[in-house]
Write a protein that binds this ligand. Structure first.
Ligand code: ZN
Length: 218
């Protein structure tokens, strides 16, 4: 089915990545995560990878031009012919304009999904996350607690909180989202794109149903 470009926007912790993968599978189109692309690049062990690693290590964003070039290259791959789901891009107004230019001339539509969730819900979700220090299994003390508090179900090893999941780090990422990415939604609206609001506090299944229904409509 031709679905065109589905763009998932929303703060960290809204569940966009999981939804993008699930919906991509369901509709038979690739889910393109720029976060995964950058992690793969950083692991590549070439000069480009070294540069990516340095930037991400400092917590900085990859420059727009570089990110745009990577996405443009990815969207040329044959598996994107019927459409794709974009997660983590565009993250800035500059990236949004570049994407718009890349898709100009393509007959398929662009649908923008605005995943909305309260800041406090994100903080609760993310500060509740615990990772097994031995096997890396992920738990959530609110949503998916281990059978024995503080210990992995598989191997009994102690669970730890990742540095990324500390409250001050999450608050900073949320602020950065509001500052950089909120204007992307406004810009898409001004250019006449359809914006679909998604209440990301609902269950995964309810959200997937809503998004698939919208993407399957002509
Ligand atoms: Zn474990």
């Amino acid at each position: 089915m031709k679905i065109g470009a589905a763009i998932f926007l929303g703060p960290p912790g809204a569940g966009k990545g999981t939804q993008a993968r699930g919906i991509g599978l369901r509709l038979g189109v690739p889910a393109i995560s720029t976060g995964d692309m950058m992690r793969a690049l950083a692991a590549a062990g070439n000069p480009e990878g070294d540069r990516a690693r340095t930037i991400m290590g400092k917590g900085d964003l990859i420059p727009d031009e570089w990110m745009n070039a990577l996405v443009q290259e990815r969207l040329k791959q044959p598996d994107c012919g019927d459409g794709f789901v974009l997660d983590g891009y565009p993250r800035t107004r500059g990236q949004a304009e570049a994407l718009d230019a890349m898709l100009a001339g393509s007959s398929a539509g662009i649908k923008v999904f605005d995943f909305r969730i309260q800041c406090e819900d994100v903080i609760r979700r993310m500060t509740g996350r615990r990772v097994c220090s031995s096997c890396g299994a992920i738990y959530n003390i609110y949503g998916k607690p281990p059978r024995q508090a503080g210990h992995c179900d598989r191997d009994g090893a102690p669970l730890a909180t990742r540095d990324d999941d500390r409250e001050e780090v999450i608050r900073e990422r949320l602020a950065s989202y509001e500052r950089l990415t909120r204007p992307v939604i406004d810009w898409f609206r001004q250019t006449g794109r359809e914006i679909y609001e998604v209440d990301a506090s609902r269950s995964m299944e309810e959200i997937a149903e809503q998004v698939c229904r919208i993407l399957s409509a002509p």
